[in-house]
Design a binder for this molecule. Structure first.
Ligand SMILES: Nc1nc2c(ncn2[C@@H]2O[C@H](COP(=O)(O)OP(=O)(O)OP(=O)(O)O)[C@@H](O)[C@H]2O)c(=O)[nH]1
Ligand SMILES: [Mg+2]
Ligand SMILES: [Zn+2]
Length: 321
């Protein structure tokens, strides 16, 4: 029997049974087919290196044991979003697998999202060829601050010009969530971002019956309170699923070669193979087309700064010396 993993709480998995056809297409949500499963001992041993061997969105093979259902195997993943717990950490964490759209929920109000965070998320989505969108949420909080509004618009324009879908949303403006609804219909969509940025609130606004727990942002620390504790795949009554996830502080990149990083910046990818040196890292090399594009404004300073910051990660650090 096959199943779709809806939620993992460490040792127990909430799984929806699916048939062969649903395994290659978007499954229909059916509450009566939800079961509780554990991991088969053997699988746990095989995957010991990963902090979370089976993740939300996984398609799995199930067997029935005398104690109930057990996950016997993970079916091949179409893609997944993976990160390091922190930029320095050696531990990796897979956020979700088999997704059609990855949305980073950002805010330039509170909690504030840095362009570095957004760009690391987008680089990871590019690495697995997952279509990505940038959602600037809580726009109501800055509507009386012209400088903040201008900055938000500048960022929105940067991401749009690269080819990403960009949305500006707020709970105060229900119509702003309509465009999100049309974007995610009939897809499996992941929402990620800092704690308190409004991921669960957005889902409640488009699907009130889900009634997800939301938490206040601390005035003192300007941070969320980690209200959502487990990622969960939730059904949408207009078609598809949405994955609510716990807020994360940083987005550390995993398993990337330093020469690969620029491939995951679409505006740099354009110049691939055109630099004078074929091992160009676009830092200070002569005849570098990426640096020329930066000079003439085709590549923005903000994105290039993120590129350099990624090359400054512990895994690559020697290249900037
Ligand atoms: N002003 C304003 N506040 C919002 C908006 N959306 C959400 N909030 C508030 O932001 C706070 C955090 O919302 P949550 O939905 O819990 O945030 P989250 O991203 O799910 O946080 P974690 O589960 O901790 O990762 C709550 O107090 C919400 O009411 C918005 O559009 N405008
Ligand atoms: Mg939440
Ligand atoms: Zn170059």
């Amino acid at each position: 029997m096959k199943g779709l993993v809806l939620k993992s709480t460490g040792s127990h998995y909430k799984v929806m049974l699916i048939d062969e056809i649903e395994n290659s297409a978007l499954p229909n949500y059916d509450e009566t087919k939800i079961i509780d499963a554990v991991l088969r001992g053997k699988l746990r041993l095989d995957q010991i290196k990963s902090t979370n061997p089976v993740v939300v969105g996984d398609r799995v093979e199930l067997i029935q044991t005398e104690n109930g259902w057990a996950i016997d195997a993970i079916l091949p993943r179409k893609n997944y979003i993976i990160r390091k717990a922190t930029n320095q950490s050696k531990q990796t964490h897979i956020i979700a697998a088999n997704i059609d759209l990855a949305c980073v929920i950002a805010s330039i109000a509170v909690p504030m999202t840095s362009t570095g965070f957004i760009d690391r998320f987008l680089v990871t989505a590019e690495a697995y060829s997952i279509p990505a969108a940038v959602v600037f949420h809580k726009i109501d909080l800055i509507e009386d601050q012209p400088d903040a509004m201008a900055y938000q618009q500048e960022l929105a324009d940067i991401y749009k010009s690269i080819g990403y879908k960009v949305l500006l949303t707020s709970l105060k403006y229900p119509e702003s969530l309509q465009s999100l609804k049309s974007l995610i219909t009939n897809k499996i969509t992941l929402l990620s971002g800092h704690s308190g940025v409004g991921k669960s609130s957005i889902i409640n606004a488009i699907q009130p019956h889900l009634n997800l727990k939301v938490g206040k942002v601390s005035f003192k620390h300007l941070k969320g309170k980690h209200t959502t504790t487990y990622a969960e795949l939730l059904p949408l009554d207009f078609g598809g699923f949405i994955i609510d996830t716990p807020g994360i502080k940083e987005f550390g990149l995993v398993n990337m070669d330093k020469y690969e990083v620029s491939h995951y910046f679409p505006e740099m990818r354009r110049y691939l193979g055109q630099c004078k040196f074929n091992n160009c890292l676009h830092i200070n090399e002569p005849g570098c087309k990426v640096l020329q594009a930066l000079e003439n404004g085709e590549i923005t300073q903000s994105r290039y700064k993120s590129y350099l910051s990624i090359l400054d990660d512990e895994d690559f650090r020697e290249v900037l010396k």
